[in-house]
Design a protein around this ligand. Sequence first.
Ligand code: ADP
Length: 160
Amino acid sequence: MHIAVCPGSFDPVTYGHLDIITRGAKIFDKVIVAVLINSKKNSLFSVEERVELLRQVTAELPNVEVDSFNGLLIDYMTERQAKVVIRGLRAVSDFEYEMQVASINKKLKDDVETFFMMTNNQYSFLSSSIVKEVAKYKASVGDLVPPVVEKALREKFAAL
Ligand code: ADP
């Protein structure tokens, strides 16, 4: 069975992420979407909230599981017996960082492969940061995130 892990912050999940997850789920037997627990990064949503939103938006995809992990991705991969990392590439600017991460992961664990999927053109400028910026000023993010995420953003910014 080919298990792939799609790691990230997902703060919050966007249509760009969902596109990569959906396409990945057509190729691999199972895709584990793994939210990185990173106390250093300031996030808008808690890990639990991000996991819950991901679960809701991937509910129709039977071979997608949502989880969270702490520490090194490579250790999590071993624990889950996964051999493939899926990452999305948007612009050239993503490339350098992604290459660095993929190389270090390869060095740490040789039998793990990183698969890059090119973004769907319509999402090439879409990021969680942009979504948060737009939602903060109460502009519509309906084209960028699923309805449950839009609602969660509205509630989050209303409470802040
Ligand atoms: P990270 O903090 O690890 O960069 P993100 O949550 O921002 O995590 O992204 C997780 C993965 O989804 C990354 O591989 C990222 O490149 C990819 N991704 C994010 N937005 C898009 C998009 N609009 N199109 C394609 N891939 C994307």
